[in-house]
Design a protein around this ligand. Structure first.
Ligand code: NAD
Ligand code: UD1
Length: 338
């Protein structure tokens, strides 16, 4: 299939573009590079042995998108483009609503106009809020979001659902990611956080490589096996594969469908530190600090719907994720600038 990949130069997008090419699809990337480097797509091209066509276009730019659609007939769109920094979204909500909502609305409008009505959307487990059921199935009701970033995900899910309800020619796959970490086994593509990382694994790898002194563990008094927060970490390559598999739902004419993409296993912050040290032989000094506002104790998925309906299941374990995250960090201490 010929697939428009918005945000395809980013962390998850670049791994998915590679997986799409490997599965025989033809991805075309649109990115404004506000949080990524063109070098990620060059690395993908090297790994795939094939050029990745890319347009430097902002999804809020209708004319720019029109030009891309005039040059290609897309079978589907995988929509990653968006801002994702939770604390920034609390400080600058307008920036997030503008970029993520206005950008997506412009994209959906141009897609409809060009009769491209198949979309896979990057949603997040954040839409469950403090989840009513653990492990979280797709039947778990959406919860209250605690920040503007999460609210854009929840609203975009609703907007796409309404678009599909009004026009059944649309097929909408809402993928709720749990906690993507790791990198491609080559160590040539990975996550390049801007400034001080907010998320656990990039912080761990930056401590391990000597860029930061000590990991802050945000709270050890949660109701979990060791008191630290429990999450469902998923290897980014498994996540990428989930997108390739989700295309089969579109081909079958799925209407609107939601899938959790997680492993189904929850690990605590200290489990991650231990697994990282075991997988890499590098120690990670840490200190326990106050809880981080907005954090919940436990969040992990029941991923069986994706297995049953898409034939998708995560293959990599936590040590694989740590080993691959470390290979990328070690080879590229300054991301794509090395
Ligand atoms: P990323 O920042 O690495 O990738 C996003 C890409 O979108 C970047 O290349 C950025 O330059 C591009 N972009 C942003 N705004 C744009 C715009 N207006 N026009 C064109 N391009 C634009 O993030 P990621 O981790 O790869 O996440 C991809 C998607 O998955 C995002 O929508 C994110 O919210 C969602 N998601 C990520 C996580 C995670 O933990 N990484 C979890 C759940 C959901
Ligand atoms: C966060 C976001 C979520 C977003 C996801 C992926 C918040 C409240 N939630 O999820 O909306 O979809 O990232 O981008 O920001 N931790 C530490 N020390 C650190 C960093 C994290 O102890 O330096 C702990 C956290 O308290 C948590 C766990 O590690 O228990 C995972 O944190 P993180 O990687 O930020 O992911 P989430 O909070 O699950």
């Amino acid at each position: 299939m010929k697939i428009l990949v918005t945000g395809g130069a980013g962390y998850i997008g670049s791994h998915t573009v590679l997986a799409l090419i490997e599965a025989g699809h033809e991805p075309i990337v649109v990115d404004n590079f506000c949080n990524s480097s063109e070098k990620s797509l060059k690395a993908v091209s090297r790994l795939a042995g094939k050029d990745v066509p890319c347009y430097r276009v902002d999804i809020r730019d209708r004319e720019g998108l029109e030009k891309v659609f005039a040059e290609h007939t897309f079978d589907a769109c995988i929509h990653f483009a968006g801002l994702k920094c939770v604390p920034e979204s609390t400080r600058l909500p307008l920036k997030y609503y503008e970029n993520n909502l206005a950008g997506s609305l412009t994209l959906f409008g141009v897609m409809a106009e060009h009769h491209c009505k198949n979309i896979i959307f990057s949603s997040s487990a954040t839409v469950y809020g403090d989840p009513a059921i653990i492990p979280i199935t797709e039947a778990c009701p959406k919860g209250v979001t605690t920040n503007a970033y999460g609210e854009t995900k929840s609203m975009l899910e609703r907007i796409l659902t309404d678009i599909q309800k009004a026009d059944p020619e649309w097929n909408v796959v809402l993928l709720r990611y749990f906690n993507p970490i790791g990198a491609h086994r080559s160590g040539e593509i990975g996550e390049q956080p801007n400034g001080i990382p907010n998320n656990l694994m990039p912080y761990v790898t930056q401590v391990a490589v000597g860029k930061r002194e000590c990991l802050s563990v945000y709270g050890n008094d949660y109701d979990t096996h060791d008191g630290t927060g429990v999450r469902d970490y998923i290897h980014v390559c498994d996540l990428a594969d989930g997108h390739v598999k989700a295309l089969s739902a579109i081909q079958k004419g799925c209407g609107t469908v939601v899938y959790n993409l997680g492993t189904g296993t929850g690990y605590s912050v200290l489990d991650v530190v231990k697994a990282f040290e075991k997988a890499t032989g590098v120690s990670v000094p840490y200190a326990v600090r106050e809880r981080r506002a907005g954090d919940i104790a436990t969040c992990y998925s029941d991923p069986t719907k994706a297995e049953r309906e898409l034939g998708w299941k995560a293959k990599y374990n936590l040590e694989d994720m740590c080993r691959d995250a470390w290979r990328w960090q070690k080879n590229h201490p300054n991301g794509f600038d090395d």
